[in-house]
Ligand binder design. Sequence first.
Ligand code: NAD
Length: 471
Amino acid sequence: MTSEHGFNAQVRRSFDKAAALTDHAPELLEQIRECNSVYHITFPIKRDDGSIETIEAWRAEHSHHKLPTKGGIRYSSLVNEDEVMALAALMTYKCAIVEVPFGGAKGGIKIDRREFSEAELERITRRYTFELLRKNFIGPGVDVPAPDYGTSSREMSWIVDTYMTLTGGELNALGCVTGKPIAQGGIRGRTEATGKGVYYGIREACALAEDMKALGLEPGIDGKRVIVQGLGNVGYHAAKYLQEAGAVLVALAEYEGAISDPKGLDLEQVMAHRQETGSILGFKGAEDIADSKRALELDCDILVPAALENQINSDNAARLKAKIVAEAANGPTSADADEILSRSGVMVIPDTFLNAGGVTVSYFEWAKNLSHLRFGRMEKRHEEQARRRVLEALGEKTSKPFSEEQLKELSHGAGEEDLVHSGLEETMCVAYEQMRSTRAEHEDKTDLRTAAFINAIDKIAVCYADLGIFP
Ligand code: NAD
């Protein structure tokens, strides 16, 4: 389904708005905008009861300007070709914005994972991987999937195992997918990467007193009233880091309903309650909201949609009270809603920037797989010993020696997790600064989303410049 109201059309609208503010040739802009290839598959799967079910799936590779292409795999009953193409396009722009050297891709399997047993999900995932491999839609230098809505490290482990079984002995095979368990070539810090990146992005936006003043807010995260929609991988981790930094979670929304408490909800207690009862509803001291979507309209400073696309649309955008919409999900705001929010002076921190932490750390994982070496392994101890010698000499010179505890803390060398977090933080801070300065260059004519798209278009255009094809 490709319609002018579909998700892909929404992404194109954002692209076209930004493209109009650049001076690139129309032919080049068209090449950047169009999806390069889409693979649509159906295959049969044997259910546990012996019946056969036909499964529909896709992989879209939006842009081959850099290889491999990269993007998650989504398991959802709502998946369709339009959605996969839109998400693949967002991946292209996202990778360019955070300077991760990949083209964009996305995969989707049209299933509700809750309706399948673990064994059935494994059969579906392995068959999907086989189909991708058959058509050269997976491989460390070709196209590298990752987790997305409805998938996790478990599915990635089935993918890498299937790939390795079928390709037998390929040296860089572990780099065929990211978001893997650590023991199978994963990287420390990938699970929480997207949510942590969301936190860094919001922190950067809130740190600038001038921007906060324009919204009638004080700088900083501390005390900000936050609503999070979707408590999966991205939403849970974003909420966790925001709460740790002093934000007050005034409402949390899941598919079964929402809960609110102006005094603040304890995230871990809510998660434990959900684990125990199967629902976030009925949490002690909180008000239940049966219609989950209504929670988006409650009073707050920051609204974090972290579930699916089109949650903020022309039906509800005018009723939102948030001053900042922080797009942790992909495409949560429709193009019409974006215009409504912009007219009301709401700051939208765009998905193409804000949830790029996942692909950033996926890039680190892929690079680790290709190097066959854990980050920090060679230098950690050497760094620690050098720092310890400096600290001991300083202690001797000043006749104030450091305690063993201080020496340990101050000489700590960077291990894999430290390096991943630091690389992620650096990436998000630099990309935010670039986005903000592009917005400043275009004065009042643009918003952060358009600024992010302009940056992406400019960076991709450079890759085509030397080909000499485009004027
Ligand atoms: P997930 O499957 O781990 O979690 C999604 C959560 O949203 C689930 O808990 C689900 O119950 C909930 N949900 C579904 N419909 C809802 C509704 N109508 N109202 C409230 N809650 C609802 O998925 P995820 O990986 O956290 O992905 C969430 C979003 O973030 C998606 O848009 C995805 O494309 C995007 N994203 C994910 C990653 C990643 O690394 N996982 C990276 C970038 C972007």
